[in-house]
Design a protein around this ligand. Sequence first.
Ligand code: ZN
Length: 466
Amino acid sequence: MRHYRTQRGLTLDRLGELVDTVPSQLSLIENGKREPKLSLLTRIGEALGVELAELLRSEPPDERSALELELARYQRSSLYAKTNLPVVKVPRGTPTPMLEALVGLHRELARAASEKIATPEEARRANTELRAWMRERDNYLPEIERTAEQLVAKTGHTSGALTHREVSIMAEQLGFTLIYVSDLPRSTRSITDLPGGKIYLPPSSIPGGHGLRSMALQAIAHRVLGHTPPGDYENFLRQRLEINYFAACCLMPESAAVAYLAQAKKNRELAVEDFRDAFGVTQESAAQRFTNLATRHLDLRVHFLRVGDDGAIYRAYENDGLPLPTDVTGAVEGQYACRKWIARSALSQASHTTEISQYTDTPAGTFWCSTQTGTAGSEAFSITFGVPFDDAKWFRGRETTNRAKSFCPDPECCRNPPTDLASHWSGNAWPSARLHAHVLSPLPEGEFPGVDDNELYEFLERHSQG
Ligand SMILES: [Zn+2]
């Protein structure tokens, strides 16, 4: 409209007179802030001598207009708003090269921003923010707790381990059938065919069936929690956290789990392994679930760690002040746990079938921790759950005589090698480093970060025909 108006040499005032409308209204329409009625649009078309269809075309009338529209779009973006720079209008007389330069800068800004999202630093930053956000909430999300509790109750489940059958019933009640296939794309854990009402999962013959219940619940969770394509890494991580949380809530429903744990606390017999066995889940799921409920329901501040056999921390949570190692971005994942911690030292001891406990003095006070070691594939790992000294009294294993002193992050604690070893070997050793496979890596961009769209759509095509 502006294009034809200025081409005809008409001011807003003059056009206003011709179509019997105040100029401010026309300005709003030209700036895309007001939708004109069809009757007014028809009069405008007549006044400008342009077909109505021409005015309604979505393509810009010429290259100059295309640039102006692109600039306006960029200036409205949330990315530009973050720069706190002014939104500027481009006067008619602005030379086109100047406009091109301005739009070119915006394009570059947008490109650099999307590139940054795909870097490990951005991934780690997003992960650290999310951990801080959960810590503020004591790792407890009441809405998801309630949703899961209601859905589990509807299956008729009352107590103990949630069965495969009950998970299928949950899916059915939400309009989905669980289908086990052996050709899921490598970049996915499950795929949901929304209109078809099918959730595809890996074959049920995979050892450790509880992982499968969890995966099915996570797939259901995306629907139950109303997730939309994540768009950015932060959202991707948030959704992943929420679906994990939902699955844990279903496997260990709040009211049953709290009743169980509260009774154990009363008996001074709290133990992650008992909680694990009562609900038929893994040590890691039980320990993590314990952290969700501990502060809100049991008045306990706690910590949780998963440490790999290389000594690096894979997952961690604390709201009890345990001094976790962090890198410059504040990330814990990939940092080495103190060698004095039981989470680390248990890995170098002979294998244990039950949990082992230890009191550890740290610069932030004394903590009681209980660790269980296990293996995933060829890699050993340890799962640790712990509390500050004063709360050890509620836990089985409180009578342990294992004691250790940790000074980390002081490098003299366990980072710096002993002087005699260092003087003997320094300059005489040449190791080749192994890369951490678990360090958060950037994911390919797309609607669903990390998922190969091509493989995804091929898979759905293959299965929807059958
Ligand atoms: Zn140390």
